[in-house]
Structure formats: C-alpha cells, structure tokens
Design a protein around this ligand. Sequence first.
Ligand code: FMN
Length: 191
Amino acid sequence: MEKINIGNNVFLLPMPMVLVGSRIKGRPNFMAVAWVSRVNASPNVMCVAIGNKFTAEGILENKEFSINIPSVDLMPQTDLMGIVSGRDYDKSKEFDIFYGALKNAPMICECPVMMECRLVKSVRLEVDTLFMGEVMNVWSEEKYLTNGAPDITKVSPFCLSMPDNRYWSLGKEIGKAWHEGMKLKDKLQKI
Ligand SMILES: Cc1cc2nc3c(=O)[nH]c(=O)nc-3n(C[C@H](O)[C@H](O)[C@H](O)COP(=O)(O)O)c2cc1C
C-alpha cells in the first residue's frame, strides 16, 4: 500500500492529560499539560515538557512540582487551566489544594491521583523545557484503588489527540501487557 507523507506536525498518539501544580512567588498555580511521561524506572522519574509559561518560572524557582491526574468529569476545568495563564489570572482558587511532603508542590484534592515531584534535571530545548521530577509520593483515595493500586476504570483519566485537539476517554481493556505477545514468541527465530 502506498504511504502518504502527511507532514511533521501530526501526532495522533493519545496523550494523557494532567494538571501540573507549582508555586510561583508563594501562589499556587495549575496548568494543563499533555506532554508528560515516565522517563526513568528507579528512581521513578516523570518528565513534563513546558514552554515559556508561568509554571516554568515556579518550577525553576522552587525545584518542586506536582502532577495531578484529572478524571473525565474535570475535563472543562482542566481545559480552562490550559487557556488562561497564572500571569493574568489567579487559578489557585479553582480547586481544593492539598500538600504532601513538598511545600512547593500543591496538589488538587479533586483529582483521583496526585504525584509530588522534586526536580532532578531540566533540559532546555528550542521552545520547551523538559522538567524531570523524581516522584516522592503518590496520593489517592480508597475509592480509586483496587488491591491498593490505582484502578484505571475508577480513576477514569482522559487523553488529547493532536493536531485535531480533541479530548478522549478510555476504551475497553484489550489484553495483558508482557503477556499477549508470549503466544507469538515461538514463531521468532532465536539468534
Ligand atoms: C489540552 C492542552 C494541553 C496543553 N499541553 C501543554 C503542554 O504539554 N506543555 C505546555 O507548555 N503547555 C501546554 N498547554 C498550554 C498551557 O496549559 C497554557 O499555556 C497555560 O495557560 C499555561 O499556564 P501558566 O502560564 O499559568 O503556567 C496545554 C493546553 C491545553 C488546553
């Protein structure tokens, strides 16, 4: 089948939406972030890619931030945190705030899962900065857990697709990771 080159600015990958919390000059602030990923296993390090935003100033100021996972019912509030800047609006009153061990990593009580992170490294790219934070603690509530771990069906996170800029909830479970491929392994030629 002939492939069509559709440019270099098309990312259909669903990106999980999070809210990044920081404190800037003493004021808590939250921003919507889609460019987020785990980037190291031990210690557990999460990375967020953030442009020239108010949040970036706060992370550089205090070397701490939070990653809050909103559920689908928080979608409009999450979107709002991506529309206005803390430079122009006080976004600290939009949520109930919770602090864990880090005093400059405000977390959102309404979110089912919250991580408090200590900045371990930042990498400046042309436009964005990659902020890598060691996850110090993850917070949740009993109602979002199954056998002590966050249950994705209870947490109900949502994703962004680009460049159409739309939000998506999750579909059905389709299999077990590190398991479904085993059925095919015998067909591989061992070296
Ligand atoms: C759906 C969505 C996803 C976004 N993802 C990012 C992102 O990954 N990185 C980024 O720098 N800005 C992202 N933004 C833009 C910021 O959230 C937005 O500029 C925000 O106003 C910054 O807030 P602040 O200035 O208070 O830090 C996103 C916005 C939306 C609506």
